[in-house]
Design a protein around this ligand. Structure first.
Ligand SMILES: *Cc1c(COP(=O)(O)O)cnc(C)c1O
Length: 395
């Protein structure tokens, strides 16, 4: 048995079967490359689902986390520490607004906070939340109630939240659904888990307008699209649309668990003392990592880099002209290679054999969400290898 197989056997015996057994046992990483338990190296084009924004073992994160853990690792919300304040201030300045921040430990917790916040602000007169079909907002019960995927949602209902689902991207349907009983509209600026499907032009602006007309709050879930992924700090900035509530996680901590629910303007002041909390939320080590991520993105000009390498990647993938490729969609370093047949799992496996970690996010779509530090040369490696990978699958 290989080392990987031994670990897989132990994994299968010790863990609940909700994930299935992963195909790779990662032991370490450096930059955009990871090494497995049998010494094989891979170019990491998924970054732990859009999380490892500075790649692996980035010196700025290693330094910030090491320094913080040696100073104080945890305070709880009974006490404050300066890192969490710095982080909240920094996030608000990047959004360019006044507002208030709540720090959580994951994406789903950020959305739970958002659900509670809009309920608190809007009260019982507005029991409905509008969300999109094919959306993904997380696995805990509040976030799952808003998630427009029957296969993962239905088995765990009923939910304590009335949700009106609309087809994603249809502005008329969204307007029609946003009636005076609606507390909030929750949207991703592009569907991540449904295959990196960008919002049609004008869709977020239409959502903003529908919310303003109905007195509903607009909540944008930028847990996957935020923190430079699309080449802007936040995807809503590209769309020129300001939400009332913004949720973040994934890439924010660069690999350490952190989430944020940010209320812009008056929405930031919706909670009263005692309304919400988290023991780990605002953890100093996670905050130090997030500050390092934001600092390096700015210092190294990574937003422009993401746009440039992302364009290069999309253009290169679009030009390979393989019969299995229907097209490439997405923005920045958040892309999907759309296939002409439902062969994404086989393509993912063949890519892995060729030394690339990618993600079969949908039966016919391969998601690429590499570290934001991916170089043009690294992108070119995958572009050059993909025709052979696809041919192996088609054969
Ligand atoms: C991943 C994701 C979540 C859930 O985040 P977790 O950290 O896994 O709880 C929520 N919304 C979107 C858009 C996501 O991509």
């Amino acid at each position: 048995m290989t080392n990987t197989e031994t670990l897989q056997k132990r994994f299968a015996a010790a863990f609940m079967p909700n994930y299935g057994v992963p195909p790779v046992a990662i032991t370490r990483g450096q930059g955009c490359r990871v090494t497995d338990a049998d010494g094989r190296e891979y170019l990491d084009l998924i970054a732990g689902i859009a999380v490892s924004s500075l790649g692996h073992a980035h010196p700025a994160i290693v330094e910030a986390v090491s320094r913080q853990v040696a100073q104080v690792a945890h305070t709880s919300n009974l006490f404050l520490h300066e890192r969490e304040i710095e982080l909240a201030e920094r996030l608000l300045s990047l959004i360019g607004t006044d507002g208030r921040v709540f720090l959580a430990n994951s994406g789903t917790e950020a959305n739970e906070a958002a659900v509670k916040l809009v309920r608190r602000i809007q009260g019982p007169e507005r029991p409905v939340i509008v969300a999109a079909e094919r959306s993904f907002h997380g696995r805990t019960l509040g976030s799952l109630a808003l998630t427009g995927k029957d296969a993962i949602r239905t088995p765990f209902g009923p939910y304590g939240q009335v949700v009106r689902f609309v087809p994603y991207g249809d502005a008329d349907a969204l307007r029609a659904a946003t009636s005076p009983d609606v507390a909030a509209v929750f949207l991703e600026p592009g569907l991540g888990e449904s295959g990196v499907v960008p919002a049609p032009a004008g869709y977020l602006a239409a959502a903003r307008e529908a919310c303003d007309q109905a007195g509903a709050l607009l909540v944008l879930d930028e847990i996957q699209s935020g923190i430079g992924r699309t080449g802007a700090w936040f995807a809503h900035q590209t769309a020129g649309v300001r939400p009332d509530v913004l949720t973040l996680a994934k890439g924010l901590g660069g690999g350490l668990p952190i989430g944020a629910c940010i209320g812009l303007g008056p929405a930031g002041s919706g909670f009263s003392q005692g309304d919400h909390g988290s023991t780990f939320g605002g953890n100093p080590v996670a905050c130090a990592a997030a500050l390092a991520v934001l600092e390096v993105i700015e210092r190294d000009g990574l937003l422009a880099h993401v746009s440039e390498v992302g364009e290069h990647l999309a253009a290169g993938l679009g030009e390979i002209g393989h019969p299995l490729v229907a097209g490439v969609r997405g923005a920045g370093l958040w892309r999907a290679v759309v296939l002409t047949a439902p062969l994404a799992p086989a393509v993912e496996a063949a890519a892995r054999r060729a030394g690339f970690l990618v993600n079969a996010v949908q039966p016919d779509a391969i998601r690429l969400a590499p570290p934001l530090i991916l170089t043009a040369a690294e992108a070119a490696e995958f572009i050059a290898a993909l025709p052979g990978i696809l041919t192996e699958v088609s054969a």
